[in-house]
Design a protein around this ligand. Structure first.
Ligand SMILES: NC(=O)c1ccc[n+]([C@@H]2O[C@H](COP(=O)([O-])OP(=O)(O)OC[C@H]3O[C@@H](n4cnc5c(N)ncnc54)[C@H](OP(=O)(O)O)[C@@H]3O)[C@@H](O)[C@H]2O)c1
Length: 182
């Protein structure tokens, strides 16, 4: 079965963003871990908000390490509208529609350059994938920080996902916990 790894970083009080950006929650150690996952990725999965954010660079831009890595924007909304929006912005990403029921076949059908798919989305899509996707493992990286500001983001997805811990790793002051659905 294909492996889907979700990469999420969080502060000790559960914040996914500082001033609206995940960068503030990350640390050099977390970033190194993330880059290690990216090196193994045969495809990248992102959400609509990440894909259309004009302040983010194109993940697979020509000349970049991931130039030949397919990037899929998974959406439960209108994928055709999203495709147009991606094309208008010159983004070489493919919009893919899914529902919780179709997620297994959608993931199985994606063209990749390797067996591992890396989800770099925000928590909303990430937890939908963890809830309904097959072979999904969450790598939750906890930064040694407490954060609260106007742009702090806490996941509000309505879900109840039973989990098991597959492994725990400490790197410097960063703790990475690997979860799968129970
Ligand atoms: N800590 C981390 O590791 C990490 C990683 C990435 C991002 N973040 C941060 O997380 C925060 C965002 O969290 P989130 O992605 O869970 O956000 P969210 O706004 O809670 O959820 C985004 C989802 O909402 C749906 N949606 C509905 N209307 C939308 C619209 N007009 N535009 C875009 N999406 C719409 C989309 O799903 P459908 O397309 O299926 O409708 C999309 O996937 C940001 O501050 C970001 O910087 C943190």
């Amino acid at each position: 079965m294909r492996e889907v790894i979700i990469s999420l970083v969080q502060s000790i009080n559960g914040a996914y963003a500082q001033d609206g950006w995940s960068t503030g929650v990350s640390t050099p150690t977390d970033f190194t871990y993330f880059v290690g996952l990216r090196r193994r990725a045969g495809a990248i999965l992102i959400d609509r908000r990440t894909a259309l954010n004009p302040q983010l660079p194109m993940i697979n831009a020509p000349g970049k390490v991931l130039e030949h890595t397919p990037v899929y924007v998974l959406t439960e909304s209108d994928a055709e509208v999203l495709s147009q929006q991606l094309a208008e912005r010159g983004l070489d990403y493919r919009a893919v529609h899914f529902t919780p029921d179709t997620l297994p076949e959608v993931i199985a059908g994606l063209e990749t350059t390797g067996d591992m798919l890396l989800c770099e989305s925000g928590p909303n899509l990430a937890y939908r994938l963890l809830d309904h996707g097959p072979g999904v493992e969450l790598h939750l990286s906890i930064s040694p920080r407490y954060l609260k500001d106007a742009g702090t983001h806490f996941s509000a997805l309505d879900a109840d996902i039973p989990l098991r811990v597959r492994g725990v790793e400490q790197r410097d002051d960063q703790v990475i916990i690997r979860y799968v659905r129970a």
